[in-house]
Ligand binder design. Structure first.
Ligand code: GLU
Length: 284
């Protein structure tokens, strides 16, 4: 019998966390929401839910959508403006998700988390129990950092890390990061045309980490380095992780069909895994 490849194993995934970043949710030309992409994404997630899978969406975009709503031409730098934008944008985002999911008879729920939610044992247990309850109801939790209340000292700051922590919290077996790049390359493909896409990473080595000096973008906060951090957390917790390009979200289906899309980081569960190893009160 031919042994099952790591890609084939993705067919059986049951609890999936998908993260989409701000730059993927908005049109670069205008900063407005990319409704078609959101619609396609929601359709895939709703269909996975119809197949009996547990689905969680970690969605950025609150600050970007709020900024556009208030017609701010530049990414806000001041904390108070960022927090105001997040408060404005989060409700807009949820309004759109609510509407799109309800077209497929699906119920989304909003969960806004902070580092403190993870650091305090009781909060962390509550958050886990809440996810469990929602998933057992067939609800699709939509997660973001609670940007309007976090302080510089105590924020995740990027949803790549947050999504990996969520995957670990709920024992997800797969985390998918939808990005503005196809996956992990041997070098920065925006600078080096010879850079090659890496299809599979069995172990994250130091050499590999140094390859991950991807540039961030104007609207999101995650570069490739935060994605490697996310992979370390997810893999250690026992979840596979895939980075793939958000330009065609229907590729999500191909990932679950075992096709070679993006970069797969293979899980190797650490029996001593604990979230508190990865979430500290200090600013990283
Ligand atoms: N939580 C931020 C937002 O919704 C985004 C963080 C990130 O870009 O990863 O705007």
């Amino acid at each position: 019998m031919i042994p099952m490849g790591n890609r084939d194993k993705l067919k059986d995934k049951q609890r999936i966390v998908v993260k989409i970043g701000s730059s993927s949710l908005t049109h670069p030309e205008t900063g407005d929401m990319n409704l078609e992409k959101m619609e396609r994404l929601v359709r895939v997630l709703a269909d996975w839910s119809n197949q009996g899978k547990d689905v969680v969406l970690v969605s950025s975009g609150a600050i970007a959508v709020g900024r556009k709503t208030m017609n701010l031409t530049e990414r806000p730098k001041e904390k108070s403006v960022k927090q105001a934008c997040a408060a404005i944008g989060q409700t807009r985002l949820m309004m759109v998700y609510q509407r799109l999911f309800s077209e497929y008879n699906k119920v989304p729920a909003q969960l806004l988390l902070t580092k403190l939610t993870m650091l305090r044992d009781e909060n962390r247990r509550n958050a886990r129990a809440n996810f469990k309850e929602l998933l057992s109801m067939g609800v699709i939790p939509i997660v973001n950092e609670n940007d309007t209340v976090v302080t510089d000292e105590i924020e995740f700051g990027d949803n790549d890390t947050l999504s990996a922590i969520v995957a670990a919290l709920i024992n997800a077996d797969l985390l998918i990061l939808l990005s503005d790049i196809d996956g992990l390359y041997t070098d920065n493909p925006r600078i080096n045309p010879e850079a090659k896409l890496i299809s599979e990473v069995t172990y994250i080595t130091d050499e590999l980490e140094s390859m991950a000096k991807g540039a961030g973008s104007d609207v999101g906060t995650g570069g490739m380095a935060t994605k490697i951090t996310a992979a370390r957390i997810a893999n250690d917790a026992g979840a596979d992780m895939v980075i793939c390009n958000a330009n065609d979200v229907t590729k999500l289906r191909d990932i679950l069909a075992g096709e070679e899309v993006g970069t797969l980081f293979c899980a190797h569960k650490n029996p001593d895994f604990h979230i508190l190893k990865y979430v500290t009160a200090e600013k990283e």
